[in-house]
Design a protein around this ligand. Structure first.
Ligand code: GRG
Length: 284
């Protein structure tokens, strides 16, 4: 909750204020970005950095960049040509407010600003900024979010087995969780060994998060989740493949596995552990 407030404030500062010319695009890009999201991925960047005794302010630009990329992906995911959603973060989806053209441009603008903020992080060495940019680019690309989304869309209405489903979700959702953990490690100046451990923590967490998303799509309350329910009805999900109990068991197994990667860090991993436990129990 505390990290969420810090991120909300900083995100507000990092994008042009309302009224900046041309006003329509600035209104559009601020809309989804600044609506109340959970800021889970941004918090993951901050907590990974702090775990390794890095300074929070060094990680803050990377955390904001991840949240900008995430908001960009939500806007695109909601478009009529993709998931055709109506509700996001408790409000009408962006394209229903500003139209598809400006919603698409806002998504691209957020993506662009995310890279700008990453490369402009003056609190870390230039080499670290460049590496952070590479991590983000790989996570978003055709072997990350975009790849996962393409396979998700082409699989709609078709049967998908567990391996196929795992591919979709570890890419369209898990890849950004992994990048978030890695950016936190980079901002802290952490070692390769730390990066590997936290990236595996995030991989398991990301998949668990997606399964809880499937569970919420099936039985969540849109008034609480702030987004449509039943949007996945034409898709194979962990719920229709494994049943509710099977999906819950998978979440437990994945969260246990993710927390297992924190053991070498002892008490310092308290926040990352709390984040994982939050995902296990979340209702929004
Ligand atoms: C070019 C960035 C970019 C992406 C293109 C559209 C796309 C490829 C990928 C879709 C990725 C996506 C939206 C995956 C779903 C992940 C998910 C479960 C999102 C919901 O996240 P929450 O619950 O949302 O953390 P809040 O609103 O709390 O931030």
């Amino acid at each position: 909750e505390e990290g969420r407030k810090v991120l909300d404030d900083q995100l507000d500062r990092l994008v042009p204020p309302l009224g900046t010319y041309p006003p329509a695009i600035h209104e559009a890009l601020r809309y989804t970005l600044l609506l109340p999201g959970k800021r889970l991925r941004g918090n993951l960047v901050l907590a990974a950095c702090e775990l390794l005794r890095g300074r929070r302010e060094n990680a803050l630009p990377f955390a904001c960049a991840v949240e900008m990329v995430h908001a960009s992906s939500l806007i695109l995911d909601d478009l009529p040509s993709q998931d055709n959603a109506t509700l996001r973060r408790g409000q009408p989806v962006l394209h229903r407010v500003v139209g598809e053209a400006n919603a698409t441009l806002a998504a691209v603008a957020l993506l662009n600003r995310g890279f700008g903020v990453t490369l402009e992080n003056s609190l870390v060495r230039e080499k670290v900024c460049n590496e952070a940019g590479e991590v983000l680019s790989r996570a978003i690309g055709t072997e990350g979010l975009i790849g996962g989304q393409v396979v998700d869309l082409e699989s709609t209405g078709k049967e998908v087995d567990l391996d196929g489903l795992e591919y979709i979700h570890s890419h369209k959702t898990g890849a950004l969780f992994m990048a978030a953990a890695e950016l936190g490690v980079l901002a802290s100046g952490g070692k390769v060994r730390d990066r590997e451990a936290l990236s595996l923590y995030a991989k398991n967490l990301g998949l668990a998060f997606q399964i809880t998303d499937d569970l919420l799509d099936y039985s969540g309350d849109p008034k609480v989740t702030g987004k449509d329910a039943g949007l996945d009805r034409d898709k194979t999900t962990f719920v229709n493949l494994c049943g509710i109990d099977g999906a819950r068991q998978l979440v437990d197994d994945l969260i246990d596995a993710s927390v297992g990667y924190l053991l070498p860090f002892g008490k310092r991993s308290r926040r990352l552990k709390a984040l994982a436990e939050h995902v296990r129990r979340r209702d929004r």
